[in-house]
Design a protein around this ligand. Structure first.
Ligand code: MG
Length: 391
């Protein structure tokens, strides 16, 4: 039995993970859970999975939950905030921590989990984008495995298998293209509802908007570069609307390996949790004769400015990807609140990265500081009169 902790158990990945675990017998024990604010769902998860430790977003929610546990005669440790996330991630019984929280908030708990020798299943791309090379270096020192949960990175991980890094010629990340790949709609007219209608994947709101701007693919290119220690110049993107090929790896001899399945996050989740074993499949089996057509196109960097920004920031490296990610999180938040237009998202990010003074350092705090600076700067820019007048 593997003891699992899930940070972000009320999100899309967290829910699918618990659903998978409940279908397996005697393979996983859910030791720890965390949610930000969905206490009602956490209560249901506590009753079903009986974790030993949980964490919530605020002190108030923690108080309410403690009382609820007492009334139900459940002996569960209840914590809150970033400290709470760290307590769950480093809980002594835990073998593997699934990081399924959204945003760069996961960095400290992630680092602490690595330092405590926990294996990591990572679905939080922002932490890897913000401070990836430091996290990966620490994982290597501690002999900790970081297993990707993102479908593309799980595909790349499986395609690389036991091959040596220097036999890799390039990585080809596939992208569904999101809802606007073929659309001629004016980007300034795109509404929140338009952008949330993703054609193939059902996901949380933030990542769905990132998929519509293609920033998600930019973040994933950086994530792949960090996870597999491959320069960004060797990572290409192919638009693949069917979302059947989850990514490919080309080797020096011209061989291209691809991983295929129907689009369902259960597969990368279960592979990350059961690795190196493979477990029974609960997703729809793939029948290529039924799919019949697989298409691949080159991405349009001019139309999807976020993609170009991400590649440029990756080339600069150091604190620049952290700043880009922080600015993007704020821009997406304001777009979701209908306070800025869809085409303003790359403009906000560009303004913030242009102002950033690059720091070449291995101090993780400087990456967190850069991320915080970028968020404040993005807010300032969005709320400036100049910006409001022009949008
Ligand atoms: Mg993905």
């Amino acid at each position: 039995m593997k003891n699992i902790a899930i940070l972000g158990s009320s999100g899309s990945i967290g829910i699918q993970t618990l659903d998978f675990i409940s279908k397996t017998k005697n393979m996983f024990n859910v030791c720890g859970l965390s949610v930000n604010s969905n206490i009602e769902l956490l209560k249901k998860q506590i009753i079903k999975f009986k974790p030993a430790i949980v964490s919530v977003g605020t002190q108030e929610d923690a108080k309410v939950l403690k009382l609820w546990c007492k009334n139900k005669r459940l002996t569960i440790k209840v914590f809150y905030g970033i400290d709470g996330l760290t307590k769950v991630a480093t809980f002594n019984k835990v073998d593997t921590v699934l990081f399924a929280i959204v945003g760069a908030i996961g960095i400290h708990p992630l680092l602490d989990a690595i330092d405590n020798g926990k294996n990591i299943a990572i679905a939080n791309k922002e932490a890897l984008v913000t401070a990836g090379h430091i996290l990966m270096k620490r994982a290597k020192e501690k002999n900790v495995k970081i297993l990707p949960v993102d479908s593309e990175h799980s595909a790349i991980f499986q395609c690389i298998g036991q091959e040596k890094k220097d036999s890799i010629k390039r990585i080809i990340l596939t992208a569904s293209g999101g809802p606007f790949y073929k659309s001629n709609k004016n980007f300034s007219k795109i509404t929140v509802e338009d952008a949330l209608a993703h054609p193939t994947w059902k996901m949380g709101k933030k990542i769905t908007i990132d998929s519509a701007t293609l920033m998600n693919k930019g973040l994933e290119a950086i994530e792949a570069s960090v996870l597999f220690d491959i320069p960004i110049e060797k990572i290409d993107i192919a638009i693949h609307p069917q979302s059947i090929v989850h990514s490919m790896v080309e080797f020096n001899d011209g061989c291209v390996m691809a991983q295929l399945s129907n689009p369902d996050m259960t597969l990368p989740i279960q592979y990350a949790l059961s690795y190196p074993q493979r477990t029974n499949c609960y997703i729809k089996p793939l029948d290529l004769t039924e799919v019949s057509k697989l298409e691949f196109f080159k991405p349009n960097f001019k139309k999807f400015k976020c993609l170009e920004i991400a590649y440029n920031c990756a080339k600069i490296g150091w604190t620049m990807p952290a700043v880009m990610n922080g600015a993007n999180e704020i821009a997406v938040k304001y777009f979701l609140n209908k306070q800025i237009s869809f085409d303003s998202i790359p403009n906000v990010i560009t303004k913030v990265i242009t102002k950033h003074k690059l720091l070449k350092t291995n101090d993780i705090q400087k990456y967190i500081d850069s991320d915080n600076w970028a968020r404040l700067e993005a807010e300032k820019i969005i709320n400036s009169l100049d910006f409001k007048k022009n949008t």
